[in-house]
Write a protein that binds this ligand. Structure first.
Ligand SMILES: NC(=O)c1ccc[n+]([C@@H]2O[C@H](COP(=O)([O-])OP(=O)(O)OC[C@H]3O[C@@H](n4cnc5c(N)ncnc54)[C@H](O)[C@@H]3O)[C@@H](O)[C@H]2O)c1
Ligand SMILES: [Zn+2]
Ligand SMILES: [Zn+2]
Length: 304
């Protein structure tokens, strides 16, 4: 089969690889119809991780089941499914508590596993024609429709970026009426903004410097904050201060709550320095999240 593999810093190749075979009765083989490139793949592409050369990458995967092991009960050949990017067993202590991102049995080295990712266990990725799915009953989400239909591009977002963006809003306690600031308008930040809208947040600020991404945030109903216009935290304080609807309804002392109830880091350690966009400052967004959140607020650090 053909697959995309990492061949060194900024060097990916499409080449022939052996097609995966069932290794355990609980496995399935998936014929991939769509897979995404994640912001997290860029960490590996740029050589910031110890990824072994020759590894097939890709952890945002959907397709049609080609073959199942004899112990697989809920999924059969021909089913259309999307794979959550975390590989989980479903029976360990952490899986039982809902922390499938920290499965204790799928990776001999660390408490987490994923497809085609540095440090996440011995699993090949899904930017390939076929991929092996361990514990298929637990790791497949069954979908309606047929490959290539009008849902194909949207369903693939269920593998990583939409649940990741949504989960950020859970961690940040986003709820009806809450105010939210999201740093990063990549797919994860935008879907955190969209999730905040779905949950009925009253104000959603999205910070980035990429104009097209900010335009997308605006299209979703968020308030864009262009960090190239200066300190984004101050910009959010000022936007709130200039808003008559907010200022004329303040209760006693509430003017001290200049920031927001919920703050989300959807950038991670590759954050650009607010003072000089050409440089990186790994703690920049972390610092901004802590500055913008009001006392009693919640933060989520979903960026790697
Ligand atoms: N925790 C998880 O499960 C999980 C899952 C998927 C992605 N991620 C991580 O989430 C982060 C975002 O993913 P993505 O796919 O949206 O990435 P992306 O690279 O597409 O987007 C990151 C955005 O951050 C912007 N940015 C850089 N510095 C900034 C700053 N100081 N302030 C505001 N914005 C800034 C960039 O311009 C870019 O638009 C990455 O770190 C990724 O690895 C985590
Ligand atoms: Zn990802
Ligand atoms: Zn587990």
């Amino acid at each position: 089969m053909k697959a995309v593999s990492y061949e060194g810093v900024r060097n990916m190749s499409i080449s022939e690889h052996p097609q995966p075979k069932l290794k355990s009765p609980t496995d399935a083989v998936l014929r991939v119809t769509t897979s995404g490139i994640c912001g997290s793949d860029l960490h590996m592409y740029e050589g910031r991780t110890p990824l072994e050369e020759g590894t097939v990458v890709g952890h945002e995967i959907m397709g049609v089941i080609e073959q199942v092991g004899e112990a697989v009960k809920s999924i059969k050949k021909g089913d259309r499914v999307v794979l959550p990017f975390n590989i989980a067993c479903g029976y360990c202590y952490n899986c039982h508590r809902g922390y499938t991102n920290a499965c204790l049995t799928m990776n001999p080295e660390e408490p987490h596993a994923a497809y085609g990712y540095a440090g996440m266990g011995p699993y090949e990725g899904g930017q390939a024609e076929f991929v092996l799915v361990p514990y298929a009953d637990f790791n497949c989400l069954k979908l309606p429709g047929k490959p290539g239909d009008e849902w194909e591009d949207e369903f693939v977002l269920l593998s990583d970026v939409f649940p990741t963006g949504f989960h950020a809003t859970e961690q940040a306690c986003v709820a009806p009426g809450k105010t939210v600031a999201i740093f990063g308008a990549g797919p994860v930040g935008l879907l955190a903004a969209y999730s905040s809208m779905l949950k009925g947040a009253s104000e959603v600020y999205v910070v980035d410097s990429v104009k097209e991404r900010l335009a997308k945030a605006r299209e979703l109903g968020a308030i864009e904050v262009d960090m190239s216009d200066g300190d984004p935290v101050r910009q959010i304080f000022n936007l709130r201060k200039k808003n008559r609807g907010i200022q004329e309804s303040l209760r006693p002392g509430e003017e001290k709550m200049r920031g927001v109830d919920c703050a989300i880091d959807a950038v991670g350690y590759q954050a650009r320095d607010d003072k000089d966009y050409t440089k990186e400052k790994p703690t920049q967004v972390f610092e901004n999240v802590l500055r913008v959140v009001n006392p009693t607020g919640c933060v989520s650090l979903i960026g790697v």
